[in-house]
Design a protein around this ligand. Structure first.
Ligand code: PT1
Length: 299
C-alpha cells in the first residue's frame, strides 16, 4: 500500500497552485531566523534567504516553507513585529520564483499579511488554535493549510512529553482540527495533516507515528511529515550534530513516503529528491502499475 486511489489524496488546493500529490512533494525549509537550529543563522538577511530559496528550487524543491520563528524544543517566541520583519520581505521576493510558498507561522496577523501578498499555504504548528487563526484561513478563498499536532508548546513540550500511545491522541486531535476548519467552510482539498514529529513526543512515540501512519491516513487527508535533522534521529543514530543527520533524515523521508506521506518537509532537498527518485522507480513497477515493461516484466 502506498498510493491511494482515493481522489481525496490526489491533490492539494493552494492559493495559486493545485498541487499534484500523486508524486510525493519535497517541501524545502527556509529559516529566516538568526538563531536557526541548523543553518547557524546564515539566512538571516533577506538576500541570503532568497538565495537559499533559489538554491532549494535548483535542487528540486516542489514547495518552499518560509519561517521566521524557530519552534525547535525550548526556543523562545518572537514578537509579531520581529517575525513579520523577517518573513515579509522574503515572501515578497520568493513569490516570483514560480513554486508554491508555505509560511510557517501561528500568528493570525502574519497569516493575513502573507495571504494578502499572495502566499499559497499556511503551515501552522498550532493547527490554527490561536484566536483568529482559523478565521484568517477561512476568510481566504483558496489557500492551502497544514494542520500539525503539538503537545503543549515549544517551550515546555519536551520537558513533559505525551504519555501512553500517542497515535490515537494525534489522530483524534487532527480529526478535530480538520473538522473545525471544515465547519468554517474550508474545502477538504485545502487541508493537509501533520503528526508533528518532535513536538512533545518521546522517541518511541515519534517512531510509532511513522510505523502507524496508516492510522492517520484513515482520516482521509494527505499527510505531511517533518523528520528533518530532528533529535529522534540523533537518538537512534548517535549523531549529535543536527547538521550531520542528512542520511538519517533522508531515510526517514523515504520511509514516511513509503508509509503513505505525500509531502516531506526537509532541509536536505537534493538528497531527498534523489532518494525519492529511487522510491518512484520502485513504485512505477509496483503491483498495479499496469503494463510497464521491465526486466522482470518484458513487454
Ligand atoms: C514540522 C515542523 C514544522 N517542524 C510542520 N512544520 C519544525 N508542518 C517547524 C527536534 O526534536 O514537523 N511540521 N515547523 C521544527 N521543529 C522541531 C521540532 C525541530 C523538534 C527540531 C526538533 O530536534
Amino acid at each position: 500500500m502506498s498510493l491511494s486511489p482515493d481522489p481525496a489524496f490526489a491533490r492539494w488546493q493552494t492559493s495559486r497552485f493545485l498541487i499534484d500529490l500523486r508524486r510525493p512533494q519535497v517541501m524545502g525549509i527556509v529559516n529566516v531566523t538568526p538563531d536557526s537550529f541548523s543553518d547557524g543563522g546564515a539566512h538571516a538577511s533577506t538576500a541570503a534567504a532568497l538565495r537559499h530559496c533559489e538554491q532549494l528550487i535548483r535542487e528540486g524543491a516542489d514547495i518552499l516553507d518560509i519561517g521566521g520563528e524557530s519552534t525547535r524544543p525550548g526556543s523562545p517566541p518572537v514578537s509579531l513585529e520581529e517575525e513579520s520583519a523577517r518573513v515579509l520581505p522574503v515572501v515578497r521576493g520568493a513569490l516570483r520564483l514560480g513554486v508554491p510558498l508555505s509560511i510557517d507561522t501561528y500568528k493570525p496577523e502574519l497569516m493575513r499579511a502573507v495571504l494578502d501578498l499572495g502566499a499559497d499555504i499556511v503551515n501552522d504548528i498550532w493547527a490554527l488554535r490561536q484566536p483568529g487563526a482559523r478565521e484568517a484561513v477561512a476568510a481566504h478563498p483558496g489557500c492551502g493549510v497544514c494542520l500539525m499536532h503539538m503537545h503543549r508548546d515549544p517551550q515546555t513540550m519536551q520537558a513533559a512529553p505525551m504519555e501512553g500511545d500517542g497515535v490515537p491522541t494525534v489522530r483524534d486531535f487532527l480529526a478535530d482540527a480538520a473538522r473545525r476548519l471544515r465547519a468554517q467552510g474550508v474545502a477538504a482539498e485545502r487541508i493537509v495533516l501533520d503528526p508533528g514529529i518532535g513536538f512533545g513526543k518521546t522517541v518511541a512515540q515519534n517512531f510509532a507515528l511513522l510505523a502507524r501512519q496508516r492510522e492517520l491516513l484513515a482520516l482521509g487527508y494527505p499527510l505531511l511529515a517533518g523528520w528533518s535533522r530532528k533529535s529522534s534521529l540523533g537518538a537512534v543514530t548517535g549523531v549529535q550534530e543536527a547538521g550531520q543527520r542528512k542520511v538519517a533524515s533522508t531515510a526517514a523521508a523515504v520511509l514516511a513516503v513509503e508509509r503513505g506521506a505525500r509531502i516531506v518537509r526537509v532541509h536536505d532537498v537534493r538528497e531527498t529528491v534523489e532518494a525519492l527518485a529511487v522510491w518512484r522507480a520502485m513504485q512505477a513497477q509496483d503491483a498495479g502499475a499496469a503494463g510497464g515493461a521491465s526486466p522482470d516484466n518484458p513487454a
